[in-house]
Design a binder for this molecule. Structure first.
Ligand code: PEP
Length: 253
């Protein structure tokens, strides 16, 4: 696993102010678990409050619009997110790709706007079940990466990749450790080809898809897994901290 694993909770469209107590508990525990980098991506409406309540952990957003501003009713720009306290933005989540028709080019434009606003970006990629069944998982993910990632060696330090097999998100199903290892090795090769040997080696690759405390050691222990993007299990401090604790223990052993 990475020197300092990165565990990110994606609250999706969940959470009102009553959920800030979960963020506070996570933040308090993060003080003890310094070997792990912990972050939460609450809905837009809670970013500012989460940043105020949770001073130690990273706080980010789940999406943004690619434009700097203008006539885009209901959308939020990267600069607005930064202003509200976000330090990173997740782009290209499979739910955005599926529910909002986002293509790789849209994801790349969003990633560029996040970097231009001075934040870091988590770019999500992952194959569908059909694509895996016909043996195309690695080629699909490689194609998504090449078309979604922002270019340039300097940006590599601000980019994290999240590999999230679509069929594993919210389903309770996960790939085998061997499949995760093979995919992460393949992603690393793409990153090295894209950013060059040195910069490509620095990009963190998270695994996401039905991670919970019970399977975290297995999944985080797969080759080149630098942490996890966690959906359902991040909605309670107990569930999320269970995963963070596993990552911390793995650093100690
Ligand atoms: C996600 O939505 O990014 C995710 C990984 O969800 P879950 O952990 O619920 O599968």
């Amino acid at each position: 696993m990475a020197v300092r694993p990165y565990i990110v909770g994606n609250w999706k469209m969940n959470g009102t102010r009553s959920m800030l107590s979960e963020a506070r508990s996570i933040d308090r525990a993060a003080e003890r678990l310094i070997k792990v980098e912990v972050a939460l991506a609450p809905p837009f409406t809670l970013i500012h409050a989460t940043r105020k309540e949770a001073g130690l952990i990273g706080v980010g957003a789940q999406d943004c619009h690619a434009a700097e501003g203008g006539a885009h009713t209901g959308d939020i720009s990267a600069a607005m997110l930064k202003d509200s306290g976000a330090g990173f933005v997740i782009v290209g989540h499979s739910e955005r790709r599926a529910n909002h028709g986002e293509k790789d080019a849209d994801v790349k434009a969003k990633a560029l706007s996040v970097l231009a606003a001075g934040m870091s970006v988590i770019v999500c990629v992952g194959e569908t079940e059909d694509q895996r069944d016909v043996g195309k998982a690695e080629s699909v993910v490689a194609r998504q990466l090449k078309a979604s990632l922002p270019e340039g060696e300097v940006v590599a330090e601000k980019v994290t990749v999240a590999y999230e097999p679509v069929w594993a998100i919210g389903t309770g199903r996960t790939p085998t450790v061997d499949d995760v290892s093979a995919m992460h090795r393949s992603i690393r090769q793409v990153l090295i080809g894209f950013y060059g040997e040195e910069a490509g080696a620095k990009v963190r690759i998270l695994y996401g898809g039905s991670v919970k405390a019970e399977n975290a050691a297995e999944l985080l222990g797969a080759d080149d897994v630098g942490g996890a993007l966690v959906g359902g299990a991040s909605l309670t401090a107990d569930g999320f901290l269970g995963i963070v604790a596993v990552a911390a223990e793995m650093q100690e052993s």
